[in-house]
Write a protein of this length. Structure first.
Length: 202
């Protein structure tokens, strides 16, 4: 599966870290996050999630701009879903720390989360001022859509650990982009923490 998507997607090893916790690891001088505090008390920004794997597109879904949320959802294929803001933040920041490349530098993408006012959360415009997290009325149609293909064809969005290990190693060997580390999830967690500590301390 990773061979098929190695040029269009990144494999993300997800760990229980909220958006606020990820932001808290960042040195402000690096400007990885746009300076804003509106979401500090929002439930979606505090959600830690679970350990697992996500296969996330590196670009918005084709022809998904200037469409309503419902129209965008109709563009998704089988075994595809719109990711949470947490997944998008994790993938975007993690990919930048691993490669130095900024994804979604000139585009915003809608996420599945709603803020406390019922507005759709979006993420993007990851320029040198940092990643922007904001909200938009659900009926406005000026944002693009990013989808996250579930990692296993059977659904659920997660790979069994052994399958994920094999796929990550295979992707790395063939030049695929994988955010995280080879090996089991505990090792990947330690390696990711080490990477964050090393990069953010510079």
């Amino acid at each position: 599966m990773l061979e098929q998507h190695k040029n269009s997607h990144i494999l993300v090893a997800m760990f229980p870290l909220s958006i606020l916790e990820i932001r808290g690891k960042v040195v402000q001088d690096q400007r990885l996050f746009y300076e804003q505090d509106w979401y500090n008390k929002q439930a979606f920004a505090k959600e830690k999630g679970e350990t697992g794997w996500q296969l996330v597109r590196k670009t918005p879904v084709n022809d998904s701009t200037s469409k309503t949320w419902q129209e965008q959802q109709a563009l998704l294929g089988n075994n595809e879903e719109t990711p949470t803001a947490r997944v998008m933040v994790y993938a975007t920041i993690g990919y930048f720390l691993s490669t130095g490349e900024r994804l979604f530098e000139e585009v915003y993408v809608r996420c599945s989360d709603l803020d406390s006012g019922g507005h759709r959360v979006y993420v993007g415009n990851f320029d040198h001022d940092g990643l922007n997290i904001n909200y938009i009325h659900p009926d406005w149609d000026d944002n693009a859509l990013i989808e996250a293909a579930v990692a296993a064809l059977g659904g659920g969005g997660e790979l069994e650990t052994g399958e994920a290990e094999a796929d990550v190693k295979d992707a790395n060997a063939k030049g695929g982009a994988a955010v995280g580390a080879e090996g089991d999830l505990d090792e990947a967690d330690a390696d990711l923490d080490a990477l964050l500590d090393e990069v953010l301390s510079e």
